[in-house]
Ligand binder design. Sequence first.
Ligand code: FES
Ligand SMILES: [Fe+2]
Length: 344
Amino acid sequence: MQLSEDMPFRAMRKTWQPVGLSRDLPVGQVLRYTLLDEELAVARFEDGLLATRDACPHKGMRLSCAYMERGELVCAYHGWRFARDGRCTGVPSLPDPPRHLLDRASLDTFAVRERYGIIWVRLDDEEAAPLPDIPEFEGHDGWQYLVAEPMPFRCGFRREIENYLDMTHFAFAHRTTLGAAADTVLPELKITRLADGFQMEAPFPAVRTPGVTPSKLQRAHFRRQRCYLPNFTTIRQTFEDGDERMLVHIPSPNTRETCTVFWALAQPEGFRGPRLEEQLAFSTKVLEEDRYMCENQVPREVPINPARGGWGVLVAPGDTLANTFQKAFRRFVLEALAEEEAAA
Ligand code: FES
Ligand SMILES: [Fe+2]
């Protein structure tokens, strides 16, 4: 079946997507974020979060410009006041506003929650996929976890996912970082389809005697990549000394041609190598190399339908995983929209 290019975002409105980091939104502050083409304001009250459209119901002033006063969100323009549940609680120019006016002035709110140091919003009432449970990101068994600075990419989120799953770019795109020991020949990939996504297991394609001595993070290891649809992907690395490390990437779609990559690192206490904080500069450099590749591919987003002369025609063995994602994602979109499409 041919999908239309608007269907991915419609389906993803039913999923939890990152809009900011918990540490960047203290009580009394408001953040602005564009999620799936929807401009949002997210405010932190004493007792929780409010996610709403970034437009005041009065004259459309951005609520991300609003301020917090006496536990309420106050529009910067004419001072209309809003409670955490979105109710309008006051209009300064109308000292005694009738109930029905206040009701009409209440905000449209979205489901919002916090987990893994990240603030997540779901735009649709219906949930097509839960947030994955990753105990290692919540301190289980002494694991340490560090959320990095989110990185904006000028490309569609599916470009970033394909890049994160790509196994044949290490020796080229990362020749100065990860590529120190990378082999251009692909090891055998074991791909398992799962109800909520898929998993790939394979050795990192590393040569035994590289020209330089690779550091721990560049060295041969075993990789298990787990993609939870639509866009939450972890990599679990097992090094030859038995040490383990995990990474997660969630490219949160801003528009069809831009996304923000939320990412984090985790490793158990006693990891024989650099501490998480010490890995940040290296990992950021690797991600910047990936960003360069993602931002310089045309078109900016992978078409949702495989096309002649475009994506999916020239398939190298290394593209199997990207194609697995695209197929699984198409299925996810169709399933998430099945009811809507049937009703239309
Ligand atoms: S635009 Fe918000 S109070 Fe007027
Ligand atoms: Fe990469």
